[in-house]
Each structure stands twice: as C-alpha cells, then as structure tokens.
Design a protein around this ligand. Structure first.
Ligand SMILES: Cc1ncc(COP(=O)(O)O)c(C=O)c1O
Length: 391
C-alpha cells in the first residue's frame, strides 16, 4: 500500500494488506523467504541478536506480512500464525491458562477443539466444564469460580449453529476477571468485530475463508497488549511456526476474501431458503434466517453470514435415501472443512455432554462461489433421487 490510510474499509484493506512493492523491485506480492538460517554480518551482531530477523522459525518478512495483515484486519495488536486452525485453538487456550486454572467451554465447540480440551487440559492441571451455549447469564455466572480464568465462545456453534449472547457473556467474564476467547472462524473479521466486542483472544482457522482455496492449513491467534505478548512468547517457546509457502498462499487468498465471502453468503442464503421449503426438511440451522432461534443475536452483533449452515431431515427418512441424494450430487463434494471456493456437504458428527439434539439426520452444507442456480438445481435433482428411493 502506498499510503497507509487508517480509514479504508476492510474490503480495500485485504487487497493491499502487507504489500510493499517499492521495497521489492516493484513486485506486487510479498516475496516468499525460504529459510532456517539467517546470517549475521559479524560475531558481535550475532552475540547481541542485532538485526530484525534472527532465525527462520521465529519470523521472516513473509511470516510477518501474513501475521500483520490478520492483526490489522482485526484492528488488534498482534496475530500469531499456527500450522492449523486446531493449533490456533490450542495456542489460544494454553497461551493464557496455567495449572490450577478453570475454564468454561460451550457444549457446541468445534469437535477437535473439544477433544483437545478433554485430553490435554487434565494432563496440565487445568479443570474445565462445558456449558450450554444458550444458557442464561445467571446460570453461566453460577459456573464461574475463583479459579475460572477463561470463558471460551464459539458463535455460531459448530454444526448446530447456536448463537451466544456475546456482549452479556463478555461483560460477565470481565466483571469476574476472566479472559474471553472466541473462535471467530465462521464470521471472520468481516462479519463479527471481535475487538469492538472486547474479545481478548480471537481464534480464526485461516484454513477456511482467509486462505480460501482448500489447499492450506493455517490458523491465527489475535490479541491485544499483555495477552498478546504472553501468547507470542508461548508460541515462540513451543517452536510454533508456519511454512513460508503457506503464509504466501494465505496472503494471496486474503486478497479476494471479501468477494468470496459475499458470493458464499449469497449462495448460502439462496440454498437455505430453498431447503426450508422442502417437506423433508424439519429444521434449518442458519443464523441469518429469521426462523433461527438465535437470529436476534446474529442480527444485533454480526454484519453478515457466511456459507456454512445445516439442516435436519425427517428421522423417518432412511440413510439409503439420503445417500442416494448426497452421493449423486455433482457440485457438492463430500468431506470436511469449508471456506474454500467449492461447495461441500457432510453429515454432522456430534458429541455433546449437556445439550441434546432432536431426532433427525443433520446435514451440513458449505456453499462456495459457484452460481447459486446451479447449486439449487443440483440439490433439486438430489431431492428427487431421495424421493424416488423412498417409493
Ligand atoms: C469453527 C472451526 N474452528 C476451527 C477449525 C479447525 O481448523 P483446521 O481444520 O485448520 O484445524 C475448524 C475446522 O473445521 C472449524 O470449523
């Protein structure tokens, strides 16, 4: 960017973030520095760690460009890149907790994050409880003890899309001296302003919308002030780093993040509206639909919706008919992850300890940036296969 204009919109910001062509012979994109060793001109400079960069693992112009772009997009002090979204979850949690602490996690937390909590926290002497993401502030308050140091949010929740009352939970947490971490992967910095909502630790799986092309695994932990310093130090001590090509691909993906998000959002709303009119669909879980139970929270706190949502099919529909529908889809791949250019579908695998789901088959859809009419035509043919399989 030629002039660092602080008032530009996020849409413009991502196009130019961290670019500095005049320092790189006019080359538009940030160069990829492959390195472990970084040489010093003499032993005295080495002895005193003089110079901006010391060692590839700790930071290079490439890693710095990607981390700075994400930190500035969130208008927060620092973003530490991690090798996956899951490792951003673990860094965001371990970076701020110590043995003897207690933490609270929503029952609808992303499944692999939940497994991390269940398996790793007991080994380091951190106790935890899962809470109902839609619980009242009073009930949540009763779960906080003097040892509680962190309340974790994920809104909407993974697969089931429960919306949380974020401002009320943040107020409660800060009144009780707890930090708040939030997995903001669904909304991204574009659709939920985590800094304005006083989130202390923002976690985003850059694997999804930031990199955006289903070919990179990366995460970011974004924070301010002393918390940011603590997380950066924890990452450094643990040798957490990301390969330069992945930083490069993520920055390249970020340039088109805004337009991809808009297309993905539009497609999801069109597909979800079509699905909710199908008699086999007994429930929709898309926060931007007025029928969604947490729609009022989404409307109050968010400025857009992404391409990920789920819907529930009548429990009387056998798997054989659902398989006939899904297996024959031409445009929806069957698999994990989301946030790329292409549409996906899978069946939600859910583990909950204190909340229950109604009976039915929950399918999760991610709409990419294809033409929405093509996506709906593909699903229409799928629904016809399902109906045929039931006759
Ligand atoms: C909400 C959410 N957070 C974090 C992750 C983890 O990201 P990654 O797959 O890069 O580890 C995912 C992955 O699906 C996710 O859906």
């Amino acid at each position: 960017m030629k002039n660092k204009d602080k008032n530009i919109s996020k849409s413009t910001y991502v196009v130019h973030a961290s670019t500095d062509p005049l320092s790189h012979h006019g080359i538009v994109n940030v160069p990829v520095y492959h390195t472990s060793t970084i040489l010093k001109p003499n032993l005295d400079d080495y002895r005193n760690s003089r110079g901006k960069y010391d060692y590839g693992r700790i930071g290079t112009p490439t890693s710095e460009a990607s981390e700075k772009a994400v930190a500035e997009l969130y208008q927060m002090d620092d973003a530490v890149a991690t090798p996956s979204g899951l490792s951003a979850i673990s860094l965001g949690i371990l970076g701020v907790l110590s043995s003897g602490d207690h933490a609270l996690f929503p029952d609808s937390m992303y499944g692999s994050g939940r497994r991390f909590v269940e398996h790793i926290l007991p080994r380091i002497g951190v106790s935890f409880d899962f809470y109902d993401p839609q619980t009242s502030v009073e009930d949540l308050s009763s779960m906080i003890s003097d040892q509680t140091a962190l309340i974790y949010l994920e809104s909407p929740g993974s697969q089931t899309f429960e919306m949380q009352d974020i401002p009320a939970i943040v107020r409660l947490a800060h009144d009780r001296n707890c930090l708040v971490a939030c997995d903001n992967t669904w909304a991204t910095a574009f659709y939920f302003n985590a800094n304005a909502h006083n989130i202390d630790v923002v976690i985003e799986a850059g694997t999804k919308y930031i990199s955006g092309h289903s070919d990179v695994s990366i995460g970011y932990v974004v924070s301010n002030g002393a918390t940011a310093k603590q997380i950066r130090q924890y990452a450094k001590l643990n040798g957490i780093c990301v390969a330069p090509d992945d930083h490069y691909l993520t920055l390249r993906g970020m340039r088109t993040m805004r337009v991809r998000l808009l297309a993905s959002q539009e497609n999801a709303l069109a597909v979800a509206s079509w699905l909710q009119d199908q008699p086999e669909v007994i429930a929709m879980r898309h926060p931007a639909l007025p029928s969604h139970p947490g729609h009022h929270h989404w409307k109050r706190d968010f400025t857009g919706s992404s391409g990920l949502f789920s819907f529930m099919l009548n429990p009387e529909i056998p798997f054989s008919a659902i398989d006939a529908m899904v297996d024959g889809l031409a445009l929806f791949g069957i698999g994990d992850s989301w946030g790329g250019h292409e549409s996906l579908i899978n069946q939600a695998k859910i583990k909950r300890s204190i909340t229950n789901l109604p009976a039915g088959t929950l399918l999760r859809i991610y709409t990419g940036i294809e033409d929405k009419d093509d996506l709906i035509n593909d699903l229409t043919a799928g629904m016809e296969r399902l109906r045929k399989a039931m006759t």
